[in-house]
Every structure is written in structure tokens, then in C-alpha cells.
Ligand binder design. Structure first.
Ligand code: IMP
Length: 192
């Protein structure tokens, strides 16, 4: 059994499917953790580590935690660790996108480079392993597509055919996405 330091049921289910019957995953509520787990570091790595450390320290269980950010070069890496609340309200994607588009007004296409990065920190026994998944792309000047969540409708991955993540089917996005790549490394490691 291993704990995934999240309350996101979708993430838990996805991971459990990838791990199959070989390893059971429990979320925070399933281990009785109802308090807010701190994530006040100023890097993705720091936040993933902080969440995993918290579970290890307070519950004594092996665990992993993730943190994801969108890093836009023209904004010097912002929103980065503040991706969830860049527009001022946590998890309000419309406001987050509006702020990004406003701050990037007039930036030419060749300077609109960006990437999503996901960090996963695994604490097993006394050892800590970090996994990173990233996908490079561009920030468009307006939204395209209704699918996905967060910044998907303005992020055009370099590896694709011009569509944004918001225009892709979930399987297509997962095959090249930051999270898909980080999770694949974690699963390989855990099952390897
Ligand atoms: P989290 O660490 O997975 O909670 O991600 C933090 C924030 O990054 C989310 O609230 C979204 O705004 C953004 N984000 C993370 N993953 C994605 C993605 O796959 N597409 C679009 N936005 C994302």
C-alpha cells in the first residue's frame, strides 16, 4: 500500500488503474488526513517534497505527492508554482487564463514558448526519489477547444499537429503530457 498525497479522486483512480492489482493506492481522506497539507514552497520540487514529507512524518506511511506548473518564458517562468491561483482565485481557470493572456498581449508567437512541468516526490522507507515530466509548447493568443481543464485551451504542444490540449481527446493528451510522463516514470519505478 502506498499513499498518494492528494484529494483529487480523478488522479487517484487514474493511478490505481495504471498500477493494477499489484499495489494499492490510498488518498489523503482514506488515511484519515482531513487537514490541509502544507504546500508553501516556492518551487514545484519543494512543494511535492513538502507534501510527501508531511504524510511520512504525521502518518508514518510510504507516499508520493505531485505538483504541476505552467512556466511561460516571456513571463520569466510565471505562473509556475502559482498556476492554480494566478488570477487571484484558487482553481478559477477563466481568471487564470485571462491574466496570462493580458500579460502576454503583444508578445510575438516565437517568444510565446512555455512548458508544463510535473514533479512527483516519492518517499519510500528512508529514501526520496524525484520524477519529472515535461511538455514544451506555446501560449496562443486566444482559447481553442473546450476539453481538459486549467490552461489546456491556450497551450499548444510542440509535438502535436497544431491543436491545443483543449482540443485533444484525453488519451491523446495523456500520451504526451507532463503528468502522463511523470506518472509513467513513477509506475515503472514502483512496478520495476
Ligand atoms: P496541480 O499541481 O496538479 O494541482 O496543478 C496546479 C495547476 O496547474 C492547476 O490548478 C492548473 O491550473 C494547472 N495545470 C496542471 N496540470 C494542467 C494540465 O494538464 N492542463 C492545464 N492546466 C494544468
Amino acid at each position: 500500500m502506498i499513499v498518494f498525497a492528494t484529494n483529487n479522486a480523478h488522479k487517484l483512480e487514474e493511478l490505481q488503474q495504471m498500477l493494477g492489482d499489484e499495489m494499492e493506492i490510498r488518498g489523503l481522506s482514506q488515511i484519515g488526513c482531513t487537514e490541509d497539507v502544507p504546500e508553501t514552497a516556492d518551487t514545484l520540487e519543494g512543494n511535492a517534497r513538502m507534501k510527501a514529507d508531511y504524510v511520512k512524518e504525521h502518518y508514518g506511511l510510504d507516499c508520493f505527492a505531485d505538483d504541476t506548473g505552467l512556466e511561460i518564458d516571456a513571463l520569466h517562468g510565471a505562473p509556475g508554482v502559482f498556476s492554480a491561483r494566478y488570477g487571484g482565485v484558487a482553481h478559477d481557470s477563466d481568471r487564470n487564463i485571462e491574466r496570462v493572456l493580458r500579460e502576454m498581449e503583444g508578445v510575438p508567437i516565437e517568444q510565446r514558448t512555455a512548458r508544463f512541468r510535473t514533479i512527483i516526490c516519492l518517499m519510500q522507507g528512508d529514501s526520496c526519489h524525484m520524477f519529472e515530466g515535461r511538455v514544451e509548447g506555446r501560449i496562443l493568443t486566444e482559447r481553442h477547444g473546450e476539453g481538459g481543464f486549467g490552461y489546456d485551451s491556450i497551450f499548444q504542444p510542440i509535438e502535436g499537429d497544431g491543436r491545443t490540449f483543449g482540443e485533444m481527446a484525453p488519451e491523446e493528451k495523456n500520451a504526451i503530457s507532463h503528468r502522463g510522463r511523470a506518472v509513467a516514470q513513477l509506475v515503472n519505478y514502483l512496478l520495476g
